[in-house]
Each structure stands twice: as C-alpha cells, then as structure tokens.
Design a protein around this ligand. Structure first.
Ligand SMILES: [Zn+2]
Length: 409
C-alpha cells in the first residue's frame, strides 16, 4: 500500500478557531481519496492517507487531521451533479425559493455559484432571469458547463479571486462545497467581499447532526475536511462579518442544511433557525461524548454488514454494489469489502466507464451496458433510496434484494 504522510498536511490547529488541543474521536484507517477511480494500470499505486476525525472542544468542529492538497483532489474529479434527478429537482426548488423570497422585484440580478459543477444549479437561476457565473475547479466539468451555455470560470474561489472579479452578486451559492475548503478563511472572506450589501449567501452542507444520527460515517472522506452543525458554521461566518439568519433541513444527501446568510446585522434571525439551534443543544450535538458514541456505533455497523455479506456469499448469492459514489469507497475500504464479495459496482455516470474503485479495485460497470442480474444489490448510494427503488421496481418484484447498509432516520 502506497501510504503518504506529508508533515505539511497534518493539521494540528482547529480549521475554524485555531485552537491547538484537538482530540481524536474516529479513526477510519489509511484510505485512498475516494473520488480517485482508477484506470487498470493505476491499480495498487493509488496513494493512501490517514482518515481520522478530531474534535475541537473550543468551537465544537469535527474535522480531519490530514489535508490532501486541493490540487490533488479537485482538478480532475468526475462527480457530476445532473446524474441524479433528486438533486436537479432540489436545485430548482432552492433557486425558486431564493428568487421568490428575496429578489422577485429586482430587475437586474446576478448569482455566483462556487463549485458550480456542470451548471445544474445555475441553469435554474438563469431561467429565473439571473445573470449567472460559475466557478469550478474541475477542468473537464467547467468545460461541460460552458458548452451547455452556463458561463463558468475554471478556478478555485478565494479572497484573491473575489477581489479580481471586482463586483458584487445578489446571490452567492455554495452547494456541497463548504466542507471541502482547504482555504476556509480566504473563501469565507471572498464571499463577504463579493456579496451585495443586501445579498444572500445560500450555503448547503451535510448536516453533522444527521451524519451522527444516521451513523453515516461514509460521508467522512478526504474531500470533506470539516463537518458542520449550526453552532460551528455560525462561528465561522461571524468571524468574517456574515450572519446566518435562516436555515432548514433538507433530505438531500441523506440530510443537509440549507442556510441563508447575509452581512451581519442586515436580517432578523428566523424562529425556525432558533428552534434548530435549541435541538442541537438538547441532543448535545456539539459535545465530544456524542462523537465518541458515534465512533462506537460505526464499529458495530461494520460488524453487522460484514456478517450479512459473509452469510449471503456463503449461501451462494451473487452481490453487486449499486452506485459508485465517492462515499461508497469510505465504506468499502473501512468495512474491507473487495471483489471477493462484490463483483461489480454499477453506476450511471459514464465518465467512470472501465474504471476501478480506489483501495478495493472493484470494476465499475455502467447501467444499461450489462445484462446479468445479481441476487443482491448492495446499495452504496443509499441516500437515493426512494429514487432507486422506484426506478428498479421490476427487479424488486422479480425477487432481487436491495440491501441498504445505512438507513436514514
Ligand atoms: Zn475550533
């Protein structure tokens, strides 16, 4: 195994508040970064890095204590948003809500999307009359967005980039990127810089409370450098003159928060945000004991899954993985599931045709391009449960079992 331990990448101070006394709560071992699907000749050479969660007792931020450099992870990634209907629908709902609530009467309005991917989110804003600009770090995906008519710059957004743009936006959006940020403070400062004085920053992030409740440890991977509850993201925003004034929970990605943020003092905090904050307090979401318990439950889940798969295999059943999401690799690598158990991972995203999963080297096959049917689909994309079951009703009816390693509460 090619293990890399670069002392420069080891995190010794809290990413949010700079506190130096970080405590280990969950160790998922050495893992490859999980979006790095491999070509045949790369098998076995993929670098592995430590994957551990440490907790800051001062600001309550759970975070990784090792940073794989962003240039390694985000230049050539192959994740595209539009492959799931659930996600594209969700993007439409968010854009309409933002427009109706805040900018319906605004004539000339603009939106900046940070980590804009293939333009799936911006397309909805464009239809609502916004001038749109995307910033996307993955070269191929930025090109894909431009080809589809969504103006997109291939870059990493940060304070310097914001200053070079030299303009303000009515809406700044960051969906599923805010926990990826190696340059956390520079990006947040850039958002303050680029946000119109009455503008709204819409942030969507995996909700750590949900990850813990669902025991969705697979959401922990090298691209997700830190994890948010409402308490610590507000501390981060406030440090940069921004303020969350409203938030709600959406089922996207198994449980995310959509937060609305303005410049400090511009808006009144909503009662639903206050309610969510109280819930965090009551459930002790920001206490270290909650994370230590989460780590114990993760170990139990591993035992249960390994034993289920072992029994299924012993009774002669064939098993394919359903979906090849990045998080699936955290699960496969931590559970130690390889080709002896899962013959294939089936996937919609054709960019992964002919590739192998990092770490366990399971071949990816593309939906519609194979004819065999296994006895069991082991569903790695468990967060799209209802969409998957609805799309595969005939297989379910014919007796194929869909096993979900993680079930959202
Ligand atoms: Zn901290």
């Amino acid at each position: 195994m090619n293990i890399i331990r670069d002392p420069k990448c080891v995190v010794t101070r809290c990413r949010v508040c700079d506190f130096s006394d970080l405590e280990l709560v969950l160790d998922l071992g050495d893992q490859p970064w999980c979006n790095n699907f491999l070509k045949k000749e790369q098998i076995g050479k993929e670098p592995h890095y430590s994957l551990r969660v440490v907790f800051c007792r001062r600001c309550s931020t759970p975070q990784l204590d090792y940073t794989v450099p962003k240039e390694v992870m985000f230049i050539d990634h192959t994740y595209v948003s539009h492959t799931t209907k659930t996600l594209t629908n969700h993007f439409g709902v968010v854009a309409e809500e933002v427009n109706n609530r805040f900018f319906k009467e605004t004539k000339q309005k603009s939106v900046l999307d940070i980590g804009s991917n293939d333009g799936s989110q911006l397309k909805h804003y464009k239809n609502l009359g916004f001038e749109v600009l995307g910033v996307e770090s993955a070269r191929t995906i930025a090109k894909m967005a431009n080809d589809a008519g969504i103006q997109t710059t291939h870059a990493f957004f940060n304070h310097g980039f914001a200053k070079s743009l030299g303009r303000k936006f009515h809406v700044i959006n960051a969906s599923g990127v805010f926990f990826h940020l190696e340059e956390l403070h520079s990006v947040t400062e850039g958002i303050r810089e680029s946000l119109h004085k009455n503008g709204i920053f819409v942030v969507q992030f995996l909700y750590m409370k949900k990850i813990v409740d669902n025991c969705a440890f697979d959401q922990i991977y090298h691209e997700h450098l830190l994890y948010y509850n409402l308490k610590n993201i507000q501390a981060l925003l406030e440090r940069h003159g921004l303020q969350m004034f409203d938030a709600y929970i959406s089922s996207v990605h198994g449980g995310s928060v959509i937060g609305y943020v303005s410049h400090q003092g511009k808006r009144v905090k909503s009662s639903r945000l206050e309610t969510l904050e109280k819930v965090e307090e009551v459930y002790q979401c920001n206490d270290i004991d909650t994370y230590l318990d989460f780590a114990k439950r993760t170990a139990v889940l591993k035992q249960q899954n390994v034993s289920y798969l072992k029994n299924a295999k012993q009774s002669g059943k064939t098993i394919y993985g359903f979906g090849a999401p990045a998080k699936g690799n955290t699960l496969l690598n931590y559970f130690g599931i390889s080709t002896e158990t899962l013959y294939f991972l089936t996937e919609k995203n054709a960019m992964r045709r002919g590739l192998y999963s990092p770490g366990k080297h399971i071949p990816v096959i593309i939906e519609g391009e194979f004819t065999s049917t296994p006895d069991i689909y082991y569903v790695l994309a468990w967060n799209f449960r209802s969409e998957i079951l609805a799309n595969n009703q005939s297989l379910v009816d014919s007796g194929v079992e869909f096993y979900f390693p993680i079930t959202p509460k």
